[in-house]
Design a protein around this ligand. Structure first.
Ligand code: SER
Length: 593
């Protein structure tokens, strides 16, 4: 079964069970501006898991594009990836454990309706209980009954702690215990395993996780479980790449039809064979292509920095395999043709130019790094501290410094200083990203909601002062301030900034109602509601209107909310800063006091 058929089978299996298919949200979170990327299928659905009504009902199914770069150093093994597609079925306060587990088993093992995997190679974990929630005997019993009924013998259900069997995205939002399904890659573990044997098999990657069903009935605030949600939800996630590798009987995601053409292309244009390097190039460029398709541009901060790092790392590895000039373009073309049927947003021309421009910039940086390197030649050796300075100040990767040192006959003396600097560097960037997370996924604090409404007012004021062609290009909201990136070609004058600020404050003073309406996407488009660049919207959408006393829309935007009910509660709006982000994109930071 090829990957396209696997996606289709997943979606249609759940459509038959009355689920509505929803499109993948953008990789750039739309209503959750405080996280960098969409990291799980539940992220764009968080408001609905918390209780908001979804326009398409209580049963949904999707394939969500996700990015997780936390394990970037592990890329090159059989399973890790920085971009992946997550297939998921969703119950928003509708069915619960029985159906969710039963359907997972049916879809995984049915030869007629599903993937036809061998049930004897299936192993599952369930939550053992802790101070937040009881032991999940219910899921255990459901699994036991299913295995018994299907004649699948042997020990294969294991109780595990919160570390592996509790799911939440960050410190805020919906969460709950989960049951995870693992598949035996070897085909030799069909008669069951003790828990010790299973743990060892997992560690040695002889079994891999292929599906996770989260029973989201709890809520977290500031890192603590604070109680139950008003509704019991199911959030399931099955990584397409991993499922594809087990269905296609491959040991690695890179051998599946999702990657093979890309890997083969890399091999055909490289002089040196290096499996790890080939995988890193394929993974990083694939992720870069999807990021750019969703509107991300390389830069030195936030999303742009992650993209920059991926492209530059890929370029380094293309050098390592001695790739022919112009190779990046050929790989990008192969990625596009592998994914074009499912993701038509991948437009070749602009993606190739963003990536090749970044390559050129990187090569210039490298030259600068090399010049700096040469200054150390007279000293006769290179220390770990020198290498870290070259890496973190001039972007010269450590492995390149070591290679150069060897070439020049310089000894590389590192007493752990490099690691120490690296640790400091990582802590700094981790602190940065945790900070970003704090404002949080599903962060519905009062101040964040207010800033979100002010954000809508600001966009409409900008359009009023600067022209309708001003479009939102990005946003970010923390407890303290809002940030908007928008298309405009020059610095705003003090008069323009004043005018924008005054319009927003006028609209606040007038205490305008904020109204959510559900409507057909076409209708919303016809009304000219503001849309987020790079986002695919479902048939039925939610639009937030802010209306003046005559019922004229001051602002109308595609948005999942939440928002305040009336603008009067927002307080005083103040623009703190206006600056350039990149050519043609400006940024404003503003507060409410
Ligand atoms: N949220 C869970 C995960 O990402 C299941 O979808 O693994």
């Amino acid at each position: 079964m090829n990957s396209e058929k696997i996606r289709k089978t997943f979606l249609s299996f759940f459509e038959d069970k009355d689920h509505k298919v929803i499109p993948s949200a953008s990789l750039v979170p739309e209503n959750d501006p405080s996280v960098l990327f969409t990291t799980a299928g539940m992220q764009p659905l968080a408001p609905y898991l918390l209780g908001e009504t979804h326009p398409l009902g209580k049963r949904l199914v999707n394939v969500q594009k996700c990015i997780r770069t936390g394990d970037i150093d592990a890329i090159g093994d059989n399973t890790h990836l920085t971009f992946f597609e997550m297939m998921g079925n969703w119950s928003l306060g509708d069915y619960f454990k029985n159906e969710a587990i039963g359907w997972s088993f049916e879809l995984l093992t049915s030869k007629e309706r599903g993937f036809g995997l061998d049930p004897r190679r299936l192993y599952v974990t369930v939550f053992e209980g802790d101070e937040n929630a009881p032991k999940d005997d219910e899921s255990f019993n459901i699994w036991k009954e299913i295995f018994d009924k299907n004649g699948v013998a042997g020990e294969r259900i294991y109780f595990m702690g919160a570390k592996s069997n509790w799911w939440s995205a960050g410190g805020n939002g919906p969460c709950g215990p989960d049951t995870e399904m693992f598949y035996d890659l070897t085909g030799s573990l069909t008669s069951g395993m003790t828990k010790e044997e299973y743990l060892k098999a997992d560690e040695e990657q002889r079994v891999v996780e292929i599906w996770n069903n989260v029973f989201m009935e709890y809520e977290k605030k500031n890192g603590k479980v604070i109680g139950r949600l008003p509704q019991k939800n199911v959030d399931t996630g099955s990584g397409l790449e991993r499922v594809t590798s087990v269905i296609q009987g491959k040991n690695s995601v890179f051998e599946t039809d999702l990657f093979l053409p890309i890997i083969q292309k890399i091999q055909s244009i490289s002089k040196t064979k290096d499996m790890r390097a080939e995988r890193i190039i394929a993974d990083h460029l694939r992720t870069a292509v999807f990021m750019i398709a969703d509107g991300v541009n390389p830069s030195n901060t936030d999303r742009g920095y992650v993209l920059r790092r991926l492209i530059r790392r890929a370029v380094r590895y293309t050098d390592l395999v001695n790739m022919e000039d112009g190779g990046l373009k050929l790989i990008i073309e192969t990625i596009q043709s592998t994914y074009k049927n499912t993701y038509p947003e991948i437009t070749l021309g602009s993606i190739i130019s963003v990536i090749t421009e970044e390559e050129q910039k990187f090569r210039k940086t490298l030259q600068e790094g090399l010049k700096q390197f040469e200054k150390f030649i007279p000293q006769g050796y290179i220390t770990g501290a020198n290498a870290s300075m070259l890496a973190f100040t001039f972007g010269l990767p450590k492995e390149l410094t070591i290679e150069l040192a060897q070439e020049k006959g310089l000894e590389f003396r590192d007493e752990g200083e490099f690691e120490e600097e690296l640790k400091k560097h990582r802590e700094l960037s981790r602190a940065g990203s945790e900070q970003k997370f704090k404002g949080g996924l599903a962060n519905t604090s009062e101040q964040t909601i207010k800033l979100h409404t002010a954000h809508h007012l600001l966009l409409s004021a900008l359009q009023k002062v600067l022209g309708k062609e001003v479009k939102q290009k990005g946003s970010n909201i923390t407890e303290e301030r809002l940030r908007i990136d928008f298309s405009f070609s020059r610095k705003l004058t003090p008069d323009e900034l004043n005018a924008v600020e005054n319009i927003v404050n006028e609209h606040i003073k007038s205490d305008l109602p904020v109204i959510r309406r559900e409507m057909h996407r076409i209708e919303a488009e016809t009304l000219g509601a503001e849309m987020e660049f790079g986002t695919k919207y479902p048939e039925i959408v939610s639009i937030y209107f802010i209306e003046d006393k005559d019922g004229n829309a001051v602002s109308k935007e595609f948005c999942g909310g939440p928002h305040v009910k009336n603008t009067g509660v927002l307080g005083k709006f103040k623009i703190q800063k206006e600056e350039s982000v990149s050519a043609g994109i400006r940024r404003i930071k503003a507060t409410l006091t």
